[in-house]
Ligand binder design. Structure first.
Ligand SMILES: [Mn+2]
Length: 161
């Protein structure tokens, strides 16, 4: 199973559309917030057979999306959140704590526009970065591909445009 993970597209969708075409076929698309209205179109771009998991960001004022989701991914249970409630701009520890307290061993977030992947206090924490307004050094638009292997383990591929 192949999962495309993106975040913080902020309605500037050219890179998102390019990545969707480049990575097809994939089975699920995860968007971690700040789609800013494009959440209505993204499922169409991804294709009708693609599973969707999208959450609200701090700029999604009128969104009908869920604030957060919890999802089984392979042998893991993941908390999907934009992350701004957990101080992610200061560090991933608060989010790791929250995930743990909910029985999740994985957490995905956005908001910082900086790619991240690390084991934090026993929790796999990741951020695909932003395809539209990257803020890490070098400012390359980024996203992540997760592959669920047959044994339930995951492979993580941080990618850049
Ligand atoms: Mn954002």
């Amino acid at each position: 199973m192949k999962i495309l993970v993106v975040s913080d597209t902020h309605r500037k969708d050219d890179n998102l559309k390019a990545v969707i075409e480049q990575e097809k076929p994939f089975d699920m698309l995860i968007h971690l917030g700040d789609a800013e209205g494009s959440e209505y179109w993204i499922p169409e771009w991804a294709g009708e057979h693609c599973m969707m998991a999208m959450v609200m960001g701090n700029n999604d004022f009128f969104s009908k999306l869920d604030r957060e989701l919890e999802l089984e991914i392979g042998s893991h249970r993941a908390l999907l959140t934009h992350g701004h409630y957990y101080g992610v701009s200061m560090g991933p520890e608060g989010l790791a704590d929250e995930a743990k307290s909910r029985g999740c061993d994985m957490a995905m977030y956005g908001h910082t526009h900086r790619p991240f992947l690390d084991l934090v206090d026993g929790v796999i924490v990741l951020n695909p970065g932003s395809l539209s307004y990257p803020r890490q050094e070098g400012h390359r638009p980024s996203y992540m591909v997760i592959t669920v292997r047959g044994d339930g383990n995951l492979d993580y591929d941080q990618k850049y445009l």
